[in-house]
Design a protein around this ligand. Structure first.
Ligand code: SF4
Length: 477
């Protein structure tokens, strides 16, 4: 049975433990900075990036506004092309559908293409309970599965591991899952990739059922699209007899012209490439070519509730590129496990509480797992205003009283900052009483000052210093 996020502590506790792990922080810093630099370079090449970003946002918003229409159009197109569409209201229903479909083939092994949707519903665990073994074939997912670990990044689930750790995992665990690691395996990336290739090749050639997700689903033609770097997905999508794809209902795009926008946005934002090496598309069944039994499970699992929230629904635009994780100063220090969900980082902090509700301790803590610096919004290729949704969810978690107190504090600050004389008077009063200023706030404010230092109030404000230095009249400007 593979590991799950169930029972993980809430973010503050989990983050405290993670930030104390120097090796983890080193691995994360190195990996996130490498990817973010690559992204910045390839995004900077395009003069029309802002236009592409606006187009991506507009396409997704339009699709979400008419999602019912596009979903039915997609279903009709898949059916006409020889595929079968199944609707799943929640994780339990999706797991039941997939399990029944696999059992009906008589097979007990499935190969998997990397998929966030199947992780979200914990499909591997459900299949295991029915006696079916799911084999992850994405290299990073393979590392996570072999080590009975949990993913910590959307794109690079084993980002928290370094090469030496991966070599040890391959040496210790590969044989239990199939072809063993070669003798004398080193930690050179080529050697590690070759060991994974040999291990997986044998699996691809003898497994008759595959399970995938999809990056996009084109409503007009019923086409599913998977973007990947390694080619392992392509093997799963073409070699088996039966292909089952679990697809979140927000993955729809209306047409191939719309898809073209995302094929520019996603690779540059995720892997920092102009184009990813493998883009697979399939439409129902093609006689004599590829899987002859094709199923699509359309997954809701809380998404229509998110759609009903006029502020929070923008999270459904997400194309899972992970640019927001790679730029986030909080993620860089805590890693993904601290978020207690398959969706870590800034997008996880807004998506998980919306999909699962804010009633649990893990979900209620997530909207606060951010400094609100806004870097995530800046890099998001579909312009999701993550800070706006975080504040919106904080209001929901804090309830009316917390919201009113914050509003009152902001109102008072706005009154002082809105007038030069009031600001002068407030700064003089603060300087005069600086020795009395508390280092820790009482009551609800204690939660803030327990983990942060209040800045010291200077003896003299900059404005007063400037006036004294420049003579009368200057300070009035
Ligand atoms: S929220 Fe935006 S930046 Fe983050 S994973 Fe989704 S699309 Fe990428």
């Amino acid at each position: 049975m593979s590991a799950t996020f169930v029972g993980m502590p809430a973010f503050p506790e989990a983050a405290r433990a993670a930030t104390g792990d120097a090796q983890l922080r080193h691995n994360l810093r190195r990996a996130t900075h490498t990817i973010r630099d690559k992204r910045a370079a390839v995004v900077g090449e395009l003069d029309d990036w802002a236009g592409l970003r606006a187009a991506g946002k507009a396409v997704k918003d339009r699709t979400l506004r008419h999602l019912d229409v596009y979903l039915e159009r997609f279903e009709a197109a898949v059916t006409a092309a020889g595929g079968q569409v199944h609707w799943a209201a929640d994780a339990a229903e999706a797991n039941r559908v997939v399990t029944d479909l696999v059992l009906a083939t008589g097979e007990r092994d499935v190969v998997k293409v990397k998929s966030m949707a199947t992780q979200e519903i914990e499909l591997n665990q459900a299949l295991a309970e029915a006696g079916i073994t799911a084999y992850e074939t994405d290299l990073a997912e393979l590392i996570v599965q072999l080590s009975d670990d949990l993913p910590s990044h959307i794109l690079v689930p084993a980002i928290h591991r370094n090469r030496a750790e991966i070599r040890e995992i391959f040496r210790d665990r590969m044989a239990a899952w199939g072809a063993p690691a070669p003798d004398g395996l080193g930690d050179d990336p080529r050697a590690l990739a070759e060991a994974a290739r040999v291990h997986l090749r044998e699996r691809f050639l003898r497994t008759r059922v595959a399970v995938s997700g999809a990056n996009f689903a084109v409503a007009d033609t019923g086409t599913l699209v998977v973007l990947e770097s390694e080619g392992n997905g392509r093997m799963c999508l073409t070699l088996p007899d039966t292909l089952i794809s679990v697809v979140g209902i927000e993955k729809l795009v209306p047409t191939w012209s719309d898809l073209e926008v995302f094929l520019q946005l996603l690779p540059r934002s995720s892997t920092g490439e102009r184009m990813n090496p493998y883009t697979s598309t399939w439409t129902g069944v093609t006689p004599g070519d590829g899987p002859q039994e094709v199923h699509v499970v359309l997954l809701d699992n809380g998404r229509t509730d998110v759609l009903a929230d006029t502020v929070g629904r923008q999270a459904l635009r997400c194309i899972r590129c992970s640019a927001c994780l790679n730029i986030c100063p909080v993620y860089e220090r805590t890693g993904g496990h601290a978020y207690g969900s398959v969706y870590p980082g800034p997008i996880g902090a807004i998506l998980t509480p919306q999909l699962r509700g804010t009633g649990g301790a893990v979900e209620a803590a997530l909207p606060f797992a951010s400094s609100l610096c806004g870097a995530c919004y800046e890099v998001c290729p579909v312009a999701i205003d993550i800070p706006e949704v975080l504040v919106h969810l904080r209001e929901e978690v804090a309830g009316g009283a917390g919201h009113r107190a914050e509003r009152a504090a902001m109102g008072a600050a706005g009154w002082v900052l809105g007038d030069r004389r009031r600001l002068d008077a407030a700064q003089r009063a603060a300087s005069a009483a600086r020795s009395l200023a508390p280092r820790h706030l009482p009551g609800p404010g204690a939660a803030w000052t327990d983990t942060r230092d209040l800045p010291e109030i200077p003896e003299e404000s900059f404005r007063s210093w400037w006036r004294r230095r420049s003579g009368p009249g200057e300070g009035a400007r």
